[in-house]
Design a binder for this molecule. Structure first.
Ligand code: PEP
Ligand code: MN
Length: 367
C-alpha cells in the first residue's frame, strides 16, 4: 500500500457537505483520500498526489485547520534510508568518488583564458594531488561588458587538459543549448548560482547520466536548494552534488557570507554529497584559506577553490583566486583537518592525536 503523505486536519464540527467538498477537490487533484473520523476533528488522509497537492496550499482552504506532511517535499533528495549514518552516498565522477572518505578537491581558474597557461596550471594542480580541474568556458558575468569566456574554444582547451593530464573536468553549462557541446568534455556539469532555479535547464540535466554540481542560488533556502536538486533527480539523473557558495548579505564584507551552517543542515536532510566553495563564498583571496579550513572542519565532502597562475592578470574573479603556492599550503591544511575528523558524518568530535590541529596551522609546509 502506498505510504500516507499528508494529513489534513479539518475544523471541529465541520459540516459533512463542506468536508465532502474538500475531499472531492483532493480527489480531482489525483489523490486518494480516506476520511478519519476523529473525536473533535475529522482528518483526511491523503495518498498518491500528495506532493502536487502541497503546492496548491491546502492549509489555506476554508475548513482546513492544519496540514501535516508526513514525507519531505523532495523525496529523491531526502536522506535515503540506505545512506550510511550521517554521511553522503558517494557520486562517482569519472571513476572518482565524491562524498566518500577522501576530500574531493576541485581547483582551477574561474575561466579558461589561454591554452598553454591553463594546461601548465592543470599539471601543477594534478601534481599537487587534485583529481578535478575546474575552468569556465561559458561564464555567467554580471556585466555584459565583462569577459564572457572563450566558449567553444574554451571547451576544446578543457578537452585537451582532460586528455593530457587525466584530470576530471568540471565546467559550467549556462543554457540548455550549450549542453551537447559541454557534456563532451565535462565529467561534472556545473550549474551556477544564478541558474539554480533555471528549471528548464534542470529538467534537461535530469535526462542525462552525467553528474551535476548544483551550486546554491545566493538567496536560496535549504528547501529551495533541495527542490532544485529534486528537478534533476526526479528526471532520473541520481548523480547530483551540492555546493554552498555564499549567500548575499548587506552587512557582509563584499556582500557575501559563506553559510557553513548549511553543511550539517544538508547532511541531516539529504544523502547528496556537499561541497563548499570558499572562493565565491568570500570574494577575497586573503579570506579563502581560513574559510577553506573551516569548510573542511564543518564536514564538507570537498572544496571548490579558484586558483590562477597570476591572479593579478585574471580576466575574471582575480581578487579571490589563490596563487599556486597559497593553494598548495591550503590543500595541506584542509587535508590534515579532514583526516582529523571522524569518518562517520564528520560531525561528532573524536579523539585526535595531541597537537594535530594546532600543528598544521603552526607548521606551514608540513604535511
Ligand atoms: C564559478 O564557479 O565560477 C561561478 C561563477 O560560481 P557561482 O555560480 O557560484 O557564482
Ligand atoms: Mn569564478
Amino acid at each position: 500500500m502506498e505510504r500516507v503523505g499528508l494529513i489534513l486536519v479539518l475544523e471541529a464540527g465541520l459540516a459533512p457537505p463542506l468536508r465532502n467538498r474538500i475531499r472531492d477537490r483532493l480527489q480531482q487533484l489525483g489523490a486518494e483520500v480516506r476520511v478519519l473520523d476523529g473525536g473533535v476533528h475529522t482528518c483526511l488522509e491523503v495518498t498518491g498526489a500528495d506532493l502536487s497537492i502541497r503546492t496548491v496550499h491546502p492549509a489555506n482552504w476554508p475548513g482546513v485547520v492544519k496540514v501535516v506532511p508526513l514525507t519531505e517535499p523532495y523525496p529523491h533528495a531526502a536522506r535515503a534510508s540506505n545512506a550510511p549514518d550521517g554521511r553522503a552516498i558517494p557520486v562517482e565522477v569519472g571513476g572518482v568518488p565524491v562524498g566518500g572518505d577522501e576530500l574531493a578537491i576541485v581547483a582551477g581558474p574561474c575561466a579558461i583564458e589561454e591554452e598553454e597557461r591553463a594546461l601548465a596550471l592543470a599539471r601543477e594542480l594534478r601534481d599537487a594531488g587534485c583529481a578535478f580541474f575546474r575552468g569556465g568556458a561559458f561564464k555567467p558575468r554580471t556585466s555584459p561588458y565583462a569577459f564572457q569566456g572563450l566558449e567553444e574554444e574554451g571547451l576544446r582547451i578543457l578537452g585537451r587538459i582532460r586528455e593530457e593530464t587525466g584530470l576530471r573536468i568540471v565546467t559550467e553549462v549556462m543554457d540548455a543549448s550549450q549542453l551537447s557541446a559541454v557534456v563532451e568534455v565535462a565529467d561534472l556539469l556545473q550549474v551556477g548560482s544564478r541558474n539554480m532555479q533555471n528549471f528548464s535547464l534542470l529538467k534537461e540535466l535530469g535526462a542525462l547520466d552525467t553528474p551535476v554540481l548544483l551550486k546554491r542560488g545566493y538567496a536560496a533556502t535549504p528547501e529551495e536548494f533541495l527542490l532544485a536538486a529534486e528537478y534533476i533527480l526526479s528526471g532520473g539523473n541520481h548523480q547530483v552534488i551540492l555546493c554552498e557558495r555564499g549567500i548575499r548579505s548587506a552587512a557582509g564584507a563584499d556582500q557575501v557570507v559563506l553559510d557553513l551552517g548549511i553543511v550539517p543542515e544538508l547532511r541531516r536532510r539529504t544523502h547528496l554529497p556537499v561541497l563548499v566553495d570558499p572562493s565565491h563564498g568570500s570574494a577575497a583571496a586573503h579570506r579563502v584559506p581560513a574559510l577553506a579550513r573551516a569548510s573542511a572542519a564543518v564536514g564538507a565532502d570537498g572544496l571548490l577553490i579558484e586558483v590562477h597562475d597570476d591572479p593579478t592578470r585574471a580576466l575574471s574573479d582575480g581578487p579571490q583566486a589563490l596563487t599556486l603556492e597559497a593553494f598548495r599550503q591550503t590543500l595541506r591544511e584542509v587535508q590534515s583537518i579532514h583526516r582529523a575528523l571522524p569518518p562517520a558524518g564528520r560531525e561528532a568530535p573524536r579523539e585526535v592525536e595531541e597537537g594535530v590541529i594546532p600543528g598544521i596551522l603552526a607548521a606551514p609546509g608540513k604535511d
